[in-house]
Every structure is written in structure tokens, then in C-alpha cells.
Design a protein around this ligand. Structure first.
Ligand code: NAD
Length: 259
């Protein structure tokens, strides 16, 4: 028996098999969940996402293109899920975007308005937009998670506008939890340690960040995608039935260190 038996959910954010969303889906599928998937529109994005999902060894799966910055795309995907399936139990939001030209040291103060707005829209607002559309499908209650990073709480060199967007994502987690709790829908966010993914490569000095964690974190190492995947199982399963509105740090303890 798996911890996610008889639970179906949408996993948003698999770009390839290095993505946090891939590790999360791997843990969820291992525990018996039925995962539905979306990828960014375009043949290349679809091919990359399918290649990763195929590695999960599923017999069959539901997959659709979705640009989360488009309300039309969000409506189309959640309407399709609502008409094809009777119930949704969980949602995984594992997406973020900021113009990488502005993720460099010394380039925060002059961040252009459109760079700020786009980072906020894709990295924070979309959690609310997806929650709004997923909640009516969670007829027997449900659980949602998003992915954040320490740069929401502390100034991390090179994270810049994305740190501001992650702070908004973490605040949104608490407001979503307060509103959706009345429908027995739990909303949490994982603050993950640094992991070599496509998006992470956009952060200037990412290698340094990995080095600091390995040197200073209580566990004296970086975390793996699988460790975040297993924590996602905890938050999306009934194991965490009393937990909502929380930011769970899965970072080898790095966020607890003062020096
Ligand atoms: N890698 C890290 O070090 C790290 C650490 C903590 C948190 N995170 C967070 O984890 C999440 C996943 O990132 P990742 O590191 O796995 O990188 P990734 O590049 O593998 O995944 C990012 C995903 O965002 C998707 N995306 C971007 N814009 C989108 C849009 N408009 N509509 C729909 N999808 C869109 C991409 O297609 C991709 O699948 C992000 O929220 C990221 O900020 C990453």
C-alpha cells in the first residue's frame, strides 16, 4: 500500500529529469499517486517533458501544454481536467521565471518594472491562479504545494528580483491556506536547497551557493531532488493532515545557521 493510493493530482513544472517537479512526481508515483502533467507550449518543451515523464515508467498519462502566464491556458487545462476526471486531490506548483540578465550581483536596484512584474506573475501569482481553478475540483478536500527558496527570507547574492517574488509566493501560501482551509484544502510550500536544474543555472554564482551549503549546513552536504520529492509526499498525503500554511525547509538545515 502506498501513501498516495487513490489520489490524483496535477504536477506543473517538469522541464527535464533534473527538475524538482520530476523528483516530486517520482516520489508521488512510487507511493501510488496518479499524476497529470503540463509542459510549456512548443514542440521542444513537450519532447523534453515527455522524455522525463517516460522515465517514470507509467503505462499511460495525461499531459497538456500550459503557459501559466495565460489565463486562457489555465482555464483550458483546469476545465479539461474537470471534465475528464471526477476529482483532483493534489496540486504541485514547481515553476518560476525571471529575466536572467537581472539575476546578477549589483543589478537589483535598477530592476525594470516589466522584469519585476513578470517575475511576480509567473513565480507567485500563478500559485493563486492555479489554486483558484484547482480548488473546485478538490471536492473531498486536497493538498497543494509550491517551491520556494531561502532568497525569500534572506538576501542571497544573485537571487535579486526572484527573492522578492518568492517572498510573495510564501505570503500567498498563508493567505491561500487561510481561505481554502474551510474546504479542507491544505496549502504549503517547500523551501528547497539549491539543486542543479535548468532554472538554477540562471542564478549568477550558483556554484558558490552549492559550496556554501556543503560547507556550512548542519548536514554538511547539499540535498537531493529525491529528498524534496519525499517531503512533497508528506505534505500531499494524509500524513500531514494537520499541517497548512507552512514553509517546510528541505535544505540540509542551511536556513537555521546564523554564520
Ligand atoms: N533548483 C534550485 O536550486 C531551486 C531551489 C529552491 C526552489 N526552486 C524552485 O523550484 C521550482 C522548479 O524549478 P527547478 O529548479 O526544478 O527548475 P526547472 O527549470 O527544471 O523548472 C522550472 C519550470 O518552470 C516552468 N515555467 C517557467 N515559466 C513558465 C510558465 N510561464 N508557465 C508554465 N511553466 C513555466 C519551466 O517550463 C520549468 O518546467 C521553481 O519554483 C524554483 O524557483 C529551485
Amino acid at each position: 500500500m502506498g501513501l498516495m493510493d487513490n489520489k490524483r493530482g496535477l504536477v506543473v513544472g517538469i522541464a527535464n529529469d533534473h527538475s524538482y517537479a520530476y523528483s516530486i512526481a517520482e516520489s508521488l508515483c512510487r507511493e501510488g499517486a496518479e499524476c497529470l502533467f503540463t509542459h510549456l507550449p512548443g514542440e521542444k518543451m513537450e519532447r523534453r517533458c515527455r522524455k522525463a515523464v517516460d522515465k517514470l515508467g507509467l503505462e499511460d498519462y495525461w499531459i497538456s501544454p500550459m503557459d501559466a502566464s495565460s489565463d486562457e491556458d489555465l482555464d483550458r487545462v483546469f476545465d479539461a481536467i474537470g471534465s475528464e476526471f471526477d476529482q483532483l486531490d493534489f496540486l504541485v506548483h514547481s515553476i518560476a521565471y525571471a529575466d536572467k540578465d537581472w539575476l546578477a550581483r549589483g543589478k537589483f536596484t535598477a530592476t525594470p518594472r516589466e522584469v519585476f512584474t513578470q517575475a511576480m506573475d509567473i513565480s507567485a501569482y500563478t500559485y493563486m491562479a492555479m489554486a483558484d481553478r484547482a480548488a473546485p475540483l478538490m471536492k473531498d478536500g486536497g493538498s497543494m504545494i509550491a517551491m520556494s527558496y531561502l532568497g525569500a527570507e534572506k538576501a542571497v547574492p544573485g537571487y535579486n528580483v526572484m527573492g522578492v517574488a518568492k517572498a510573495a509566493l510564501e505570503a500567498a501560501t498563508r493567505y491561500l491556506a487561510m481561505e481554502l482551509g474551510t474546504r479542507n484544502i491544505r496549502v504549503n510550500t517547500i523551501s528547497g536547497g539549491p539543486l542543479r536544474t535548468m532554472s538554477a543555472m540562471a542564478v549568477a554564482g550558483f556554484g558558490d551557493i552549492l559550496g556554501w551549503v556543503a560547507e556550512k549546513a548542519p548536514l554538511q552536504r547539499n540535498i537531493t531532488g529525491a529528498e524534496v520529492g519525499d517531503s512533497a509526499v508528506y505534505l500531499l498525503s494524509d500524513l500531514s493532515s494537520g499541517v497548512t500554511g507552512q514553509i517546510l525547509h528541505v535544505d540540509a538545515g542551511f536556513s537555521t545557521i546564523g554564520l
